[in-house]
Design a protein around this ligand. Structure first.
Ligand SMILES: [Zn+2]
Length: 198
């Protein structure tokens, strides 16, 4: 603990963020205390609270949004008979950046992980089964990690039905890597070269 208590108090909050260690957290705290104006700090604090209060899961796909139905589900320009299944909203953002996909999404909210006690019941899977009427293709875009594979196999089993193509993106994706960290070009190729399993 440093001698400067107000820095400790503030930096503790930043340390809770992913990828922020003690040193960086302290730099943020000093920056706020010394460099930012009161107006900037107030706007920042207000945005934090507003985001947390307003943002919820889209009632159709499960993606984070500040509306009842997210802009992708609500858009009339998207291909409505294609659903890409991803782990979380960060993956949607990564795939949207590629401009290679114009269908809908389904956000699971995690991956099946027996070691962490996460079962299919804990994820947004029931609602996927209910969305399949009129869908021609489901693209499974979970990562090539043990949990990603387990989830993909489980999904393939439960959504299989006549007339529905189930594919999986994969070509060129790193084994063990998360979709959100894959560069745009690789991701674009992986979507293009998706493999159809049935
Ligand atoms: Zn949605």
């Amino acid at each position: 603990m440093s001698e400067i208590k107000f820095i400790d108090k503030l930096s503790k909050h930043f340390e809770k963020l992913p990828g922020v260690g003690k040193k960086t957290a302290e730099r943020y705290a000093y920056h706020i205390a010394e460099k930012m104006t009161i107006d900037e700090v107030e706007a920042f604090a207000k945005e934090l609270v507003t985001t947390k209060k307003d943002v919820k899961h889209c009632k159709v796909c499960g993606m984070l949004t500040d509306q009842e139905t997210c802009p992708i589900c609500a858009s009339s320009y998207r291909t409505k008979d294609q659903i890409m299944v991803v782990r979380d909203t960060k993956d949607v953002i990564a795939i949207e950046k590629t401009n290679q996909y114009n269908g809908l999404y389904h956000v699971l909210g995690g991956l099946i992980s027996p070691l962490d006690g996460i079962s299919p019941d804990d994820l947004n899977i029931d609602s996927l089964e209910k969305r399949l009427d009129g869908i021609k293709e489901v693209i499974i875009a979970t990562s090539f990690t043990p949990n990603g594979e387990t989830t993909a196999l489980y999904l393939e089993k439960i959504i299989k039905k006549d007339g529905l193509v189930v594919s999986r993106i994969g070509y060129g994706l790193p084994a063990g890597g998360d979709i959100e960290y894959v560069d745009e070009l690789t991701l674009r190729r992986a979507i293009d070269a998706r493999k159809i399993n049935n």
